[in-house]
Design a binder for this molecule. Structure first.
Ligand code: HAM
Length: 425
């Protein structure tokens, strides 16, 4: 009997060819994310991979694709409905309220982990995928939106990504949207039968989502639809203008796209998406926006928030497509090549001693050919190779060979720990 991965999932392992499966890429990405988060003052949060289903149904929106079509929902043994998290904002807010984090004047959190959406798998779209998300609570000014956007852009730049497109929109407050949705409905209703089936349904449930439909007929119909900007209140307009001003002042290029509405119901005011042309149909690498009122919906005080999330697989695919090199992981300080039975018996003891002294090391197994063993030391990125044969054991002196420069050093076996501690880079 053979076993196979569930559709839409993948393994991540050393030396994998696909960029989204290669562990070196993941390690580099996660390391860079942690460094960037620290610079921007974000602390890490981890929430469970499953939550009570209502955490998502009540917040992300019953009519959204994520809730209505894509959730992995199951009954646990206590007959409670649980859902594998399809996104990170709702669980973070649940935790923020449950753990009373709202008492701090502001709170900046980031998270990395697996998320689950049951959708048709295709390039850049998986059923288990990974996100980095950041959430900034407690500040309602456009400066916080600006900070979240600059976090995203800085991270992408630091990772070596180029030619990304930032698109912005404002979907105003609930009142602004109610007025706009009415106008949009009135505009689309005469041509309802020309809309796709999904959009016809959305016309009643969530007309805004018709704006970002991918179906050509829908796109044609909404081309000249009224713009949300005509319906924004004075305050909503001022918030958006301030954000645009900040981006312009810092020479960050963006496009205003009134068709961006995002697929989750919790947004207010700013929404944005960042795309990469390398990605093909699933070209959005990250997206987010402001969600004032969301914390209150979870039973907390009326604290504003803004955040974004980015697909880690999509980052790795873009890096690969743009030829960004992934730094190789650091190899061990020393690679020991035992020759003969006595040396083979003694090497584990030596490794144990070195590792206890915090010196990374490994030993050679397999081919007895010295050239092959030295090649392996190079492949794994060891700094030194140490050949341990009968002669070395009896003289208690060994040669440490610098794998890169080929330089050799005579070293006493008894002072190996001290010598390596000094010589390692
Ligand atoms: P989202 O746009 O649904 O937003 O997802 C964010 C990112 O996750 C997408 O831009 C994409 O890169 C990646 N992604 C989504 N679905 C998949 C999939 N099936 N396969 C691979 N990658 C995928 C959110 O999840 C919001 N919680 C973002 C947010 C945080 N807004 C405010 N704070």
């Amino acid at each position: 009997m053979s076993y196979q991965l569930p559709k839409g999932t993948f393994d991540i392992y050393p030396a994998a060819k696909n960029p989204w499966q290669n562990m070196d890429g993941w390690s580099h990405l996660e390391h860079t994310i942690r460094a960037c988060s620290q610079r921007y003052g974000y602390s890490e949060i981890r929430t469970p991979v499953f939550e009570r289903t209502e955490v998502f149904t009540r917040s992300v929106g019953e009519s959204s694709d994520i809730v209505s079509k894509e959730m992995y929902t199951f009954k646990d043994k206590g007959d409670r409905s649980m859902t594998l998290r399809p996104e990170g904002t709702a669980p973070v807010i649940r935790s923020y309220v449950e753990n009373n984090m709202q008492h701090a004047p502001f709170q900046k959190l980031f998270y990395i982990g697996p998320y689950f959406r049951y959708d048709r798998p295709q390039a850049g779209r998986f059923r288990q995928f990974h996100q980095l998300g950041v959430e900034f609570f407690g500040q309602n000014g456009a400066e916080a939106d600006f900070e979240v956007i600059t976090y995203a852009l800085s991270l992408y730049t630091e990772l070596g990504l180029k030619n990304l497109t930032l698109e912005l929109n404002s979907i105003g407050t609930k009142e602004d949207r109610d007025r706009y949705e009415q106008a949009l409905k009135e505009y689309l209703l005469p041509n309802k039968d020309q809309l796709s089936e999904d959009s016809q349904r959305r016309l009643d449930e969530n007309p805004l989502r018709i704006l970002d439909s991918k179906v050509a007929a829908d796109r044609e119909l909404v081309k000249d639809a009224p713009s949300i900007f005509e319906f924004l209140s004075k305050d909503s307009k001022a918030h958006f203008e301030r954000l645009c001003e900040l981006l312009q002042a810092h020479e960050l290029t963006f496009t205003i796209n009134p068709k961006i509405v995002r697929g989750l119901d919790y947004y207010q005011h700013t929404v944005f998406e960042i795309s990469s042309s390398v990605l093909g149909a699933q070209n959005v690498i990250g997206g987010g926006g402001r969600y004032d009122g969301f914390v209150k919906q979870f039973g907390g005080p009326d604290i504003p928030g803004v955040g974004f999330a980015t697909g880690l697989e999509r980052i790795l695919v873009t890096m690969d497509g743009q030829g960004v090199a992934i730094p190789s992981p650091k190899g061990p300080v020393v690679y020991i090549i035992p020759i003969g039975t006595a040396a083979e018996c003694m090497t584990p003891e030596l490794l144990y001693k070195l590792r206890r002294a915090h010196i990374g090391c490994d030993m050679h197994y397999g081919s007895k050919k010295l050239a092959k063993a030295l090649q392996q030391a190079e492949t794994i990125g060891a700094q030194f190779a140490l050949v341990l044969g009968e002669e070395e054991l009896s003289s208690r002196h060994v040669k440490l060979k610098n794998v890169r420069t080929r330089e050799e050093h005579n070293v006493s076996l008894d002072s190996l720990v001290e010598t390596l501690s000094e010589m390692r880079t």
